[in-house]
Design a binder for this molecule. Structure first.
Ligand SMILES: C[S@@+](CC[C@H](N)C(=O)[O-])C[C@H]1O[C@@H](n2cnc3c(N)ncnc32)[C@H](O)[C@@H]1O
Length: 544
């Protein structure tokens, strides 16, 4: 296939939402290695300018005059009008180029006319505002307490001439001003004690501390759920929808790699990523299980010691500030006129996601030893957030909301009131928004109010995992007995979680380093589609 045919094919697949831009370009084995970056850039730039380019193609009437397909015309129009080298000859169909070139003068004229109509002083003004480079999100760095300490990482960056700023001198409103894009500055996060904040645009992907797993590049909001779960060193925890494992590794970090974390996910490929990531982070206490969390038997004896549950189920993802997703969404809006139908479908989709989210939380609450539950989404919709919390509170009486001072107490943006929760309840949950310099996110904590009901149905026989290699750390130490936490309904305030000296307060990207996992005793991972579950204890540290 010629270069522009491949590009047109990718646009079609993006319209049908068959994959991501990166997978279809950089990760596309049918594109020559030397053409991948070029293809990625062409697709991104065509999507950015799609509105203007499609207007030029339409007004120039090239599609009626020549045998050219609309998507071919779009990508070629991009190169003709906007690329430095113009239409490319290498790897391109010369006859197609020739047909397009016959219309170059008309297209250039239509392009200039459009700029005047839209008051654009330069080409970049033709890009919709929401698609211009987003430099408002800070670079958050989570320190992996399994491998190092916050002080050691601070010292290392200071030695590299990054200037340590003090939040006390800046204040929340002064953050963007004090930390302009790409400035060589950083500070300790005021809300999460294992997180450092760098200016937007700081690229640390090649930094040795990232490559060796000492730090994890994870959005601040995504670092909150593990702090709300508050697993203590030596205890047992579960992560119900764990892959790719950022929050799993965060729990292991807070637990200083002592105890055990059961990590469930029903997607084999994603779980493989979890094993790799948590391996790179040095986690040795993670037991990955490829199965639906809803099929896990809470009364199975092997889970009797589980006290902490982190629930970060699939959601609409409406809070994620992703420039690439925004590019595709905006392109689909340009080429399709069925936005309304999509909105109707969105309502039904949110409803079924919310039902699933409620069922995950209620299932976790059936584990008899669980005393604290963290529920989170990267959604900004109340249906998946406050309303899920309200439904969970209404459907059971063993758990109440964790009080506000246990749930990232210093973070000012709390839940929406009037969206299913009372004002007092809304104070107990946390929201983040892009204007806070993070993704849109939601976190709630639940704490056990009373002992679990004895099991009504016949208990299942305890299952010994077929391929479990128990870690020494997991069996060494029993969790300490902690009193039940006073729930918010009782109004009693406890010492804030974030005030604990050794507690990490805490989303991620990953370095390409081989994991240090302890393989399953069978030595083989079950492939996708296999009905049997795999259980492996891995030695890892992890990060969303
Ligand atoms: C939002 S992602 C989790 C991200 C992860 N917590 C992290 O921070 O890296 C949701 C995950 O839930 C998994 N999932 C969906 N339904 C599930 C189920 N019934 N049981 C277990 N995992 C499920 C998906 O495969 C997906 O990996």
């Amino acid at each position: 296939m010629w270069f522009y045919d491949k590009a047109a094919d990718i646009l079609g697949r993006l319209e049908r939402r068959e994959g991501s831009i990166k997978n279809m370009t950089i990760g596309n084995r049918y594109i020559k290695p030397e053409e991948k970056r070029k293809m990625y850039a062409l697709i991104c730039e065509t999507l950015k300018y799609a509105s203007a380019l499609s207007t030029v193609v339409e007004r120039s009437e090239v599609l009626t005059a020549e045998k050219i397909k609309p998507r071919q015309a779009l990508v070629m129009c991009h190169d003709m009008l906007l690329a430095r080298g113009g239409l490319q000859h290498q790897g391109a169909d010369k006859r197609l180029n020739h047909r397009m070139m016959k219309h170059k003068a008309r297209m250039v004229a239509e392009f200039e006319k459009l700029k005047i109509e839209l008051n654009a002083t330069c080409n970049a003004d033709l890009v919709p505002e929401n698609l211009r480079d987003n430099v408002s999100t800070f670079r958050y760095v989570r320190v992996n307490l399994i491998k190092t300490t916050v002080d050691a990482v601070v010292k290392a960056f200071e030695e590299e001439r990054y200037k340590l700023a003090r939040f006390e001198d800046i204040g929340r409103d002064g953050l963007h001003k004090a930390m302009p894009p790409k400035a060589r500055k950083f500070m300790r996060d005021p809300d999460l004690n294992d997180v450092l904040v760098f200016p937007p645009g700081t690229d640390l992907h090649d930094h040795p501390l990232y490559v060796n797993g000492s730090v994890i590049l994870q959005d601040k909001a995504s670092c909150m759920p593990a702090h709300v779960a508050q697993p203590v060193e030596g205890s047992q925890a579960l992560d119900a929808c764990a892959a790719p494992g950022n929050k799993t590794s965060h729990m292991a970090s807070l637990m200083h790699n002592r105890g055990r974390v059961f990590a469930f996910d029903m997607d084999r490929n994603r779980l493989d990523t979890l094993v790799k990531l948590t391996g790179n982070a040095g986690c040795k206490i993670i037991t990955p299980e490829c199965m639906s969390f809803l099929d896990v038997d809470p009364w199975d004896a092997q889970y009797a010691g589980v006290e902490y549950a982190l629930l970060d189920p699939s959601c609409s993802g409406s809070g994620i500030v992703s420039r690439l997703d925004a590019l595709v969404d905006s392109y689909i809006d340009v080429v399709r006129k069925d936005g309304k139908a999509n909105k109707d479908n969105e309502g039904a989709r949110l409803g079924s996601l919310a039902d699933f989210q409620v069922s995950i939380v209620l299932h976790a609450m059936k584990f008899p030893g669980v005393k604290r539950v963290s529920y989170s989404t990267c959604s900004v919709h109340a249906e998946e957030n406050e309303q899920v919390v309200a439904r969970v509170l209404a459907e059971q009486d063993e758990f109440g909301l964790a009080p506000a001072d246990h749930v990232i107490p210093t973070w000012p943006r709390r839940g929406l009131s009037g969206a299913g929760l009372t004002d007092a309840q809304a104070e107990c949950v946390v929201r983040t928004m892009p204007e806070d310099g993070t993704n849109g996110f939601f976190v709630a904590g639940f704490v056990r109010l009373r002992a679990p009901e004895p099991r009504k149905e016949a208990p299942k026989k305890a299952t010994t995992p077929s391929v479990t290699v128990p870690s020494e750390e997991a069996s060494e130490k029993q969790p300490e007995e902690e009193p039940l936490i006073e729930p918010v309904q009782r109004g009693k305030r406890k010492k804030p979680v974030g005030d604990r000296p050794n507690e990490a307060k805490v989303q991620t990207e990953q370095p390409s380093k081989k994991p240090s996992t302890v393989p399953s005793s069978s030595g083989k991972a079950k492939k996708k589609g296999s009905r049997s579950k795999r259980r492996v204890h891995v030695s890892v540290t992890a990060s969303r």
